[in-house]
Design a protein around this ligand. Structure first.
Ligand SMILES: Cc1cc2nc3c(=O)[nH]c(=O)nc-3n(C[C@H](O)[C@H](O)[C@H](O)COP(=O)(O)O)c2cc1C
Length: 426
């Protein structure tokens, strides 16, 4: 069904309806909201606050009750019920863009949403820097009204600082998420991410602080311990501390190479069975067949995908790169889409929602990686540009096409599925 809708949109002559080309219709970024001048003509840029007036106190209290966040609501049964009520209110999103530093920024999230993503995480934001530095805030966190449901992720090791950072974003998101999974050296030096697994009382204090004081629920993204029982105790501790949703990356802190090491879906399944809040599965989601198997095997409420989405942002709409098409698998010729098309769409979104060039550069390499392997001189030309422009990048895609690159993304043949489903054929 989803694929059919996207196919219709792609085949339609009028591509103008999405993304909106009329700046007055375009959704503003929060950066603009927070930093624009007082010129009344620019009021359209401030629509997040203008279009959505502050809720009344009564509404706020009702919402608090629904979200279950403030301290007075925080106890066992009702916390779990409210966690589920919130999740249902968001439409129980199953297909979710994982948090990725420098990569899950606004234009990329919007591209993935167009192609089937039902929710998305921001890149990890550093809570202390976020509270201290206006430039960091305005460059690293942008959003718009269609960028929902949204998880805003922070790393932290001090509860008060985390709360201060979280308060700045809570009006613009559906969860404030704590990164408890980053295994990089920088996280070890900064004492955050997966290195907090060595200091669980600190983790508990971070979760409790947010759960007691925010109006939006708190979620956590964790890695697993080598020992399953430790993982289950950890997950239960987070739930008891007030966590309303848990994303479980099924690899340990030492398992850094996601391409080589399979995520342990059985550990995710065990966490899902051990806690009562919604659980998301993360690791090894490379195409929609993985989504279906993962949901079935783990019983999780949704999945996150990271690396594979970078290469193929249309993954959640059912598109596959050639690598994953099995011999004899039915693939439709109906929908023509390739990574060059997706990159052009992404660049247009970047023109609409500006982001630092380093992020754009990273996406160009990820989306066109296979294309560059065939024509490495084009990659070298790209690398030689100390300053990029959109014209250069659009022209680069055209030149690759003229050189004859043909690498379609493959869409599942839904016609055959339909026939089988109603039992009338195939
Ligand atoms: C480029 C990149 C940046 C990432 N940044 C973050 C991050 O900011 N926060 C986080 O919790 N995980 C981060 N991750 C980890 C992913 O969210 C995810 O847990 C991991 O890649 C496993 O999912 P996958 O098998 O679908 O790639 C990052 C991964 C990649 C590839």
């Amino acid at each position: 069904m989803r694929l059919k809708q996207i196919a219709a949109a792609l085949l339609s002559k009028s591509k103008s309806s999405w993304p909106p080309t009329n700046p007055a219709m375009a959704a503003p970024s929060i950066t603009q909201t927070l930093t624009t001048s007082t010129n009344p003509e620019e009021d359209s840029l401030c629509s997040v606050t203008k279009q959505e007036p502050e809720p009344s106190q009564q509404q706020q209290q009702q919402e608090c009750w629904l979200l279950g966040s403030p301290g007075r609501c925080l106890n066992g049964e009702s916390h779990v019920e409210r966690a589920w009520a919130h999740w249902r209110k968001l439409g129980e999103p199953k297909l979710i863009v994982a948090p990725m530093v420098d990569n899950s920024e606004l234009p990329f999230r919007m591209l993935c949403r167009k192609y089937g993503a039902e929710a998305a995480y921001t890149p990890m934001l550093h809570s202390r820097i976020f509270t201290e530095n206006e430039k960091y805030r305005s460059q690293e966190f942008t959003t718009c009204k269609d960028d929902r449901p949204l998880f805003v992720q922070f790393c932290a090791n001090a509860a008060d600082t985390l709360l201060e950072a979280a308060r700045r974003v809570e009006p613009y998101c559906d969860y404030v998420d704590i990164n408890l999974g980053c295994p990089q050296r920088i996280a070890k030096r900064g004492n955050y991410g997966a290195f907090l697994m060595d200091n669980l009382p600190l983790v508990k204090s971070l979760v409790e602080k947010l759960a007691l004081n925010l109006r939006v629920p708190v979620s956590c993204k964790i890695r697993v311990f080598p020992d399953l029982q430790d993982t289950l105790n950890y997950a239960r501790m987070l739930e008891d501390a007030g966590c309303s949703l848990l994303a479980v990356h099924g690899r340990t802190r030492d398992e850094k190479d996601g391409k080589k090491l399979r995520a342990k879906w059985e550990a995710i399944k065990a966490v899902k069975n051990a806690v009562r809040i919604p659980v998301l599965a993360n690791g090894n989601i490379r195409h929609m067949d993985d989504v279906h198997s993962c949901l079935k095997e783990t019983g999780a409420d949704g999945v996150l995908s990271a690396e594979s989405l970078l290469e193929n942002p249309a993954l959640f709409a059912g598109f596959k790169t050639a690598e994953w098409v099995l011999d004899g698998e039915d693939r439709s010729e109906e929908v023509k889409l390739d990574q060059g098309d997706l990159l052009v769409e992404y660049l247009k979104l970047c023109e609409e929602y500006p982001v630092p060039w380093r992020m754009i550069r990273a996406h160009v390499h990820k989306m066109l990686g296979e294309w560059f392997r065939i024509h490495p001189h084009i990659r070298e030309e790209l690398n030689a540009q100390s300053k990029l422009t959109f014209d250069f990048l659009y022209d680069m895609v055209n030149r690759l096409r003229v050189l004859g690159v043909k690498m379609p993304l493959y869409a599942k043949d839904t016609r055959r599925e339909r026939i089988s489903a109603d039992g009338s054929g195939a």
